[in-house]
Ligand binder design. Structure first.
Ligand code: N01
Length: 878
């Protein structure tokens, strides 16, 4: 796949033949051309503008700057280039960035492969020639094997969507299409519509020039000072000391900027400590710092986020003097970070100027633009000029709106994407062979430092083209299964972030009629990079490769089936390369577990935690009671910890018990039981039952609500909980209102497929389970229902909520138990958690994707206890 560039004249038109056509000559297009040329491909870029620059060519409005520090917002592929260019400011201006891109184009002599002033008007895949044909607005059409869209995420301005623009007698400007000669607003009455990043950058400078400025704001945005100036020493010094290390760290980071994330949770910090961190981030004037360095739960948890949002609101009030204006400028409708926050330079202070007014469109929407100005539902504002800072049809706009793209079978991409973009890795689309998207929907793109993401995308695509050429393949196409898997992975990642909770251009909500859904990949730059590399290392998983003479290869499948945080945790565990737990002996394993638990986040506060002693079957046992902060009496849950009957105690399951207590608003009594091998079967279930009796007898003294208890347990504790319910039924009580079984052991006599499906790699291994079994009881005992509750009589048991995890050897016996309970007439609900592993639910504040499952568990406990959705107890029980 290497041809020289050639043009030929056909009967109807001239066609230029190249290996690769690239759309766009911004950051992405330029680096693509450089890499493609280095690799020996004949490449042609097509660019609508008259010069290089992409977004920095078009966005020339006053105040336009980058919002990622320029040390990071630069090409990194060539250290000589890095040495040859010095940025003058922390956040470079648009003219400086444009000069930089021009410098890069000159340095690598890229302009000779760019056709400027040329739009692609249609792109069609030709099945017979296995090539794309691009028709263009000027010059010859282009026939290419591969078509790479480097057209940017924010390059298609959104139409004004307001009636009457054509009637306006004054001047109309759009920030994303600003006149090259600049605009002089001196003496003019100006309106700016829109307060996103563009508006917030432009407004202070327009206000300084205009006679009067009226800002029309629909939604206030979070903003804080950029503190622009010279590049900060703390950023430049590490870069100078270790350029390669700095860049590597950026590539493996979450946002493409090498900053450490906060690891402490908000509830671990005092008010003063939180304020101190906030002040530090405010002084840093750095988006990524403010988004990641306050506390660990600021980005994914509404409570943690609210603490940050409140401090930012306080900042607005501290600057804006008029309280009504300050309130109108203060965001309340979205969590901080869910919409792109802005860096401001004098933005809020601008509203203290006598020549600036704010119109709150939430209170008085715009009705129309007239010849004289803007009419809202309450007034008419006459102006000489209107500036639309109303944003872009983001991420898909430049792909869908610009020209029809027709793939295999004549299917057009806008039909395929009618319900939202579908991609594999954000790089490719099933049904569109050899079409590549740089920073497309489904990639980290706009949620990252674009420079880092662009380089990673370009490298990945060009390396694949080189690989294909070497292997004799000429086409590459994502499979439907891989794409569907990626879509699911995106949804899993999105569930972890708060981006889904805001109406933004990230979700398509800013364009009327556009399909809704978070478009960028929220899982982070580093994880994304390792996934792209995994695709290659696993034989181009999810791609169909084909070549001349019927050559082909397809290794179909989904690249990520685990939940994103589970993938991360298992990856970290794998890197530790720990010896198998079963090789440590019982005492060693207990010590190891205690060490592991010491590194995890502590559980969240509850009303009260009390340690005590209860009567077990053969002597005293420890218990730990968790009491909600709300007034009692509360229903009581008797909880049995996990650990294969060999390991574990109240401490090991402490965060999970706290979480259950908080979410269910119930007392949780985590009871110990004797462990194997010192005490083999039946010590554990007999202790479990004795503990239940003891708690029932002491319920009132413990502050519990009179009435039946609930039982819960995880893993081996789930086994004891299930057995305890059977024993309570057969031994005359105590009464149990419901059982929560989380990844329970239910049958020691037979192995189901999940044992081999998940034999290794998911922490609880088959071999570890064998070890537990051998320590716990003899094979002959395993058909006893006190060991294998699945083999017991199941009728007459309390209602159950059974949770199983997809990547757990115990998955199938949990499901079998739930089904058997149902068959025996026991009311049963199941949660079969996809992408989770055995420990997901108990790793509170580590596996955030398990929050939804834990919420469902708490709701099930409340239903068992007869508590309605409002949290009220039934009247009789009160
Ligand atoms: O666009 P936006 P932007 N009537 O969509 C309002 C990047 N960027 O060009 O929020 C009235 O954010 C709209 O209101 P609402 C950066 O990633 C970076 O400012 O939809 N108002 C909003 O206030 C950024 O996020 C830099 O209710 C209307 C505004 O217009 C992205 O580009 C600089 C309206 C649009 O804000 C987009 O920023 C600039 C209507 N019909 C941009 N329609 C840097 O610093 C929309 N609005 C690097």
């Amino acid at each position: 796949m290497s041809e020289v560039k050639a043009s030929e004249t056909t009967s109807s038109s001239t066609v230029q033949h190249v290996d690769i056509a690239v759309v766009g000559a911004g950051f992405a297009g330029l680096y693509l051309l450089h890499r493609l040329r280095q690799a020996g491909f004949a490449a042609q870029a097509l660019e609508a503008a008259d010069d290089v620059g992409g977004t920095w060519y078009w966005n020339r409005y006053p105040g336009a700057r980058c919002d990622i520090q320029t040390t990071d917002y630069s090409f990194t592929f060539d250290p000589a280039l890095e040495a040859a260019w010095q940025w003058s400011e922390k956040y470079a201006t648009q003219p400086e960035i444009l000069r930089y891109l021009g410098f890069v184009a000159d340095r690598y002599d890229l302009r000779r492969d760019i056709r400027f002033g040329t739009r692609v008007t249609a792109a069609r895949w030709n099945e017979a020639t296995q090539r794309w044909l691009l028709t263009t607005s000027a010059g010859p059409s282009v026939s290419c094997r591969c078509y790479v869209m480097a057209s940017g995420c924010l390059s298609e301005p959104k139409p004004p969507e307001i009636d009457g623009v054509a009637d306006f007698a004054g001047d109309v400007y759009v920030t994303g299409r600003w006149p090259h000669a600049g605009v002089d607003f001196t003496g003019k009455r100006v309106a700016v519509i829109g307060t996103g990043s563009s508006g917030i950058q432009a407004i202070p400078l327009i206000a300084q020039q205009a006679a009067h400025l009226t800002v029309f704001q629909r939604t206030p945005n979070f903003a804080f000072p950029a503190h622009n100036g010279p590049q900060p020493a703390e950023r430049v010094a590490p870069l100078a000391q270790d350029l390669a290390g700095y860049r590597t760290q950026a590539r493996m980071s979450l946002a493409g900027v090498p900053l450490e994330r906060a690891t402490e949770f908000s509830w671990q910090l005092s008010d003063a400590e939180r304020r101190q961190r906030f002040e530090r981030a405010l002084a840093a004037g750095d988006l990524v710092a403010m988004l990641t360095q306050l506390w660990a739960d600021q980005g994914g948890d509404l409570d943690g986020n609210a603490l940050a949002s409140d401090l930012l609101r306080e900042y607005v009030r501290s600057v804006v003097k008029d309280p009504t204006t300050a309130e109108a400028l203060t965001p309340h409708d979205h969590p901080f970070g869910s919409k792109r926050p802005c860096l401001e330079t004098g933005y809020y202070a601008t509203f203290n100027r006598p020549n600036v007014d704010l119109v709150n469109l939430r209170q008085e929407p715009i009705e129309a633009i007239t010849a004289a100005g803007i009419r809202t539902s309450r007034r008419t504002v006459d102006v000489d000029a209107i500036v639309f800072a109303t944003g872009f049809d983001a991420m898909t706009g430049a792909i869908l709106a610009v020209h029809p793209i027709t793939g295999r079978g004549g299917r057009s991409i806008d039909t395929v994407w009618a319900n939202g973009p579908q991609t594999y890795l954000g790089l490719t689309v099933a049904g569109f062979p050899n079409l590549f998207l740089i920073t497309g929907p489904g990639s980290p793109s706009v949620l990252s430092n674009m420079a880092v993401s662009i380089e990673q995308h370009v490298d990945w695509v060009v390396d694949r083209l080189i690989d294909m050429r070497a292997a004799g393949f000429s086409t590459m196409e994502a499979t439907e299964a891989a794409q569907a898997g990626w879509t699911r992975h995106l949804a899993d990642c999105t569930a972890l972030s708060l981006h889904r909770l805001a109406n933004t251009w990230y979700t398509g909500a800013n364009v009327p009629g556009k399909a809704r859904g978070v478009m960028p990949y929220t899982g982070g730059v580093g994880p994304y990079r390792t996934i792209c590399d995994d695709v290659v290392n696993r034989g181009m998983l999810g791609f169909r490769l084909s070549g001349p003479n019927g050559a082909g290869q397809c290794n179909d499948g989904e690249i990520v089936r685990l939940q994103p945080d589970v993938r991360m945790v298992l990856g970290m565990l794998a890197e530790l390369n720990l010896p198998p737990i079963e090789s440590m002996g019982a005492a060693g394993a207990r010590g190891f577990l205690a060490q592991l638990n010491a590194t995890r986040p502590p559980g969240r506060p509850v009303g009260e935690v009390v340690d005590g002693t209860l009567d077990g079957a053969a002597g005293p046992l420890a218990y730990r009671l968790y009491r909600p902060a709300t007034p009692g009496p509360h229903p009581i849950v008797v909880y049995y910890h996990g650990g294969g009957w060999v390991l574990g105690d109240a401490q090991s399951d402490d965060p999970f018990c706290r979480d259950l207590c908080r979410r269910s608003n119930m007392i949780v009594v985590s009871v110990d039981y004797r462990h194997a091998p010192e005490h083999r079967f039946p010590a554990a279930p007999e202790d479990g039952y004795a503990a239940l009796r003891w708690v029932a007898d002491h319920a009132a003294a413990l502050g519990g609500r009179p009435g039946p208890l609930l039982v819960a347990g995880w893993s081996a504790g789930g086994n004891i909980a299930a057995v305890t319910c059977q024993l309570a039924r057969d031994r005359g009580g105590p009464a149990i209102a419901g059982q929560l079984l989380v990844c329970p052991v239910t049958d020691g006599t037979s192995e189901r497929p999940s044992y081999s499906d998940n034999a290794t790699g998911y922490f609880l291994t088959r071999s570890l389970m064998y070890w537990f079994w051998d320590l716990y009881c003899a094979p002959a005992d395993r058909s006893d229902p006190r060991v294998s509750p699945l083999l017991g009589r199941l009728d007459g048991l309390p209602p159950a909520f059974v949770v199983t995890a997809e990547f757990d050897p115990l998955r199938d016996e949990g499901i079998a138990y739930a089904e058997a309970l149902g068959a025996a007439g026991v009311p049963v609900e199941q949660l079969q958690a996809h992408g989770q592993f055995h420990s997901s639910f108990t790793m509170v504040d580590v596996i955030a994707t398990a929050v939804g499952g834990r919420e469902k568990m708490a709701q099930a406990l409340q239903r068992f206890a007869g508590i309605d959705e409002s949290g009220a107890l039934p009247r009789a029980a009160e």
